[in-house]
Design a protein around this ligand. Structure first.
Ligand SMILES: NC(=O)c1ccc[n+]([C@@H]2O[C@H](COP(=O)([O-])OP(=O)(O)OC[C@H]3O[C@@H](n4cnc5c(N)ncnc54)[C@H](O)[C@@H]3O)[C@@H](O)[C@H]2O)c1
Length: 363
């Protein structure tokens, strides 16, 4: 008899073997969603709703197996709790993943079925866009759920959050630059932007406007075309990580900061949009030991959350962008706390988050 579906790791989910991990992650609720007619398989992870309803995007991704999808949902939803708390938003942390390649399995029926699961949570979870989903997908999900933000502006949403996220990263980078180089900030500094997609391309424009020298890398053949008039003003590299930089801005996928890459990194500041930039938590200490100032990802990239969260309270666009710019102040405080207390920026940021969550629990 074959035991391939019983023995970990060949068991694709092995959820009982992961019971300790699930308990340690401290999630409030994990929902496994399956809809046979449409082939939907999704996981919604609600991490913490102390400060408000859980809000986080839906990632649509061809995970090699379901266990990886669960790991992603757990990590990303926990990160959303920290992001909302650090940004001072009245929101909790949650995230969802749909398993499959959106290019081949995305149908309107599947998205509508997913929306019914979101709706069944009664507002404990609000969804938004993430890797593999767009505002147009959210319009479809919005047919079966009212707990959707980030729909197209035509459908009444605030649309793509790439610019707000880039403005937040830029504001965070200015705070780090002020500490590192004083008055002139980012002028004449070499900034390596890894990934010029929906966020990176706006970040490039903001950087060029303050006189930074920008190097970009992106394996996508049309990436430079997307930069439009900025394209002629940037230098292209195979990998910005291998360049001599003042600032490294990871704006592609997570986990680009590992023991190996940090060992070789030639930069004074790291500040970018990618979620979960540290391959392991210990890398935060390694960055500090190498005197590289790392802006915690969930602080730098909160602009998108501020935009879509603002839909729930009907914020005006200018007020949303003003709040995004305040990331500069929050990040500056965390950097100064880290320096004063001789701790990593990761530890200093966690201090802010833990204090806000503790205050929420006693309120
Ligand atoms: N869009 C938002 O509002 C938002 C908010 C918070 C966090 N983020 C995070 O920021 C990152 C970028 O988001 P996005 O919306 O711009 O995504 P995107 O998919 O539009 O762009 C990512 C870009 O990175 C490129 N890329 C992939 N692998 C690369 C590599 N190894 N080196 C260089 N480039 C590479 C891709 O070709 C693509 O152009 C993601 O990690 C996302 O989770 C985005």
């Amino acid at each position: 008899m074959s035991t391939s579906t019983l023995d970990h790791p060949s068991d694709p989910l092995a959820v009982f073997e992961r019971a300790d991990e699930l308990r340690d992650a401290g999630h409030e609720q994990i929902v496994f969603c399956r809809d046979e007619p449409t082939g939907l398989r999704a996981i919604i992870a609600i991490h913490d709703t102390t400060l408000g309803p859980g809000l986080g995007g839906t990632r649509f991704y061809p995970y090699a197996h379901e266990s990886l999808a669960l790991t992603d949902a757990l990590r990303l939803s926990e990160g959303m709790t920290y992001k909302a708390a650090a940004a001072g938003m009245p929101l909790g942390g949650a995230k969802a993943v749909i398993i499959g390649d959106p290019a081949t399995v995305r149908t309107e029926a599947l998205l509508e079925a997913y929306g019914r699961f979101v709706e069944s949570l009664g507002g404990r979870y609000y969804t938004a866009a993430d890797v593999g989903t767009t505002s147009a997908d959210l319009d479809v999900i919005g047919r079966t759920s009212s707990h959707v933000v980030g729909r197209t502006t035509t459908a009444g949403g605030s649309g793509d959050s790439g610019y707000a996220t880039a403005l937040g990263v830029f504001s965070a980078m200015q705070a780090a630059a002020a500490v590192s180089w004083g008055g002139n900030g980012l002028a004449d500094k070499v900034v390596g932007v890894e990934g010029v997609g929906k966020v990176g391309r706006h970040l490039v424009t903001l950087l060029l406007a303050v006189g930074a020298r920008v190097v970009v890398s992106d394996p996508r053949p049309s990436a430079l075309d997307d930069l439009r008039e900025s394209a002629s003003k940037v230098q292209r590299a195979e990998s910005v990580l291998a360049e001599r930089l003042d600032v490294y801005a990871p704006c592609a996928l997570g986990a680009s900061l590992s023991a190996t890459t940090v060992d070789q990194l030639a930069a004074t500041v790291v500040c970018g949009a990618a979620n979960n930039q540290l391959a392991e938590a210990s890398v935060a200490r390694q960055l500090k030991e190498r005197s590289i100032l790392w802006v915690p990802d969930y602080m730098a990239n909160a602009g998108g959350l501020i935009q879509v969260g603002g839909e729930l309270t009907n914020e005006r666009r200018e007020d949303v962008l003003a709040q995004v710019r305040r990331i500069e102040h929050t990040v500056g405080e965390v950097i100064r706390a880290a320096l004063d207390q001789d701790v990593t920026t990761s530890e200093a940021a966690r201090g802010v988050v833990d204090r806000r969550l503790a205050a929420g629990r006693t309120a």
